[in-house]
Design a protein around this ligand. Structure first.
Ligand code: SAM
Length: 288
């Protein structure tokens, strides 16, 4: 167990600061204070972040780039600087670092090097999209980006089509058409609701509320900018459970002595959409 105090007085601390997802006025007072106080601002793209800092008149900061391709090496440099007593923040291009953005390796290295982490809240596309989506949000599943390869993407969608809770995806504008068509083909559920949340917090912010059957009627020439896709969970109760497959899977998992019964029950209940107790009883009956 590791416990870290993330208070302002912690000796070694990395701030993970959320930045706006479009509308720069969404930055918080606290984020500005922390960025202003920093000796070093590590960022996904130094040119992008320089524009943001300029807008808020935050000057003379050392910027260090940490992106997908240099995260491991440059994070070590940041760890050293924190250990030397420097005040350091990390910001990605938009929203929260780490959420479909770099920052995870840096945060992991902090944990391994006695450095506390403090997350400074702010804008985030998936939550904005979900809250405006008019779809249930008591339980939801954020998937992030689907694979850019069509075959792999369809496989991922196949594994999600019976999922009962609201699902949220990020997508790039140049892939939106292919992805929406794959969703329609794989989910085969014309009545299912889907919301596209586009250009959130920006001038052209738009929510498109529709059903999967409407996907073919979308005007893709107007579907521009950044988008979050939010899809209703599967509300059909007639998902066919393949009992033979379930029993075989339980038997094979039981061979792994490290796995506990309740762990098996938990993971299979999600996969087969059956209650954990029901699977637990099945495990006991197989074992006896
Ligand atoms: N870290 C960010 C966050 O906390 O939301 C997400 C970064 S991810 C690389 C970029 C994706 O987020 C876009 O492809 C899009 O799906 C979504 N996104 C970001 N800004 C958005 C906006 N203003 N409107 C709609 N979607 C947005």
């Amino acid at each position: 167990m590791i416990k870290r105090n993330s208070s302002y007085n912690s000796k070694y601390l990395l701030y993970l600061v959320a930045t706006p997802i479009g509308n720069l006025d969404d930055i918080t007072f606290r984020s500005l204070k922390i960025l202003n106080d920093a000796d070093i601002i590590a960022c996904e793209d130094t040119r992008n972040s320089a524009k943001l800092l300029n807008y808020f008149n935050i000057k003379n900061k050392k910027l260090v780039s940490i992106h997908e391709h240099n995260e491991s090496s440059n994070s070590l440099q940041i760890i050293e600087q924190i250990k030397l007593g420097k005040k350091v923040c990390y910001i990605s291009d938009a929203g929260y670092p780490i959420i479909s953005d770099p920052g995870f390796i840096l945060a992991k290295l902090c944990l391994e090097n006695d450095i506390a982490i403090s997350v400074i809240p702010g804008a985030n596309a998936l939550l904005n999209g979900l809250i405006g989506s008019n779809l249930p949000s008591d339980h939801f599943y954020f998937y992030g980006f689907l694979n850019s390869n069509k075959v792999k993407r369809k496989k991922q969608l196949e594994s999600l089509k019976d999922f009962k809770e609201t699902m949220i995806f990020y997508e790039a504008p140049h892939r939106i058409k292919d992805t929406l068509q794959d969703i329609k083909t794989v989910f085969k559920d014309d009545e299912r609701k889907i919301t596209i949340a586009r250009e959130l917090t920006k001038i052209h912010e738009e929510y498109i509320y529709m059903q999967l059957k409407d996907i073919d009627n979308l005007d893709y020439t107007t579907l521009k900018g950044e988008m979050v896709i939010i899809i209703e969970g599967n509300k059909n109760n007639d998902i066919k459970i393949n009992h033979d497959e379930l029993i075989n899977e339980i038997k094979s998992l039981l061979k792994d002595e490290k796995l506990k019964n309740n762990e098996i029950a938990k993971s299979l209940s999600i996969k087969y959409h059956i209650s954990k107790n029901e699977i637990y009883d099945l495990i006991l009956s197989i074992k006896s």
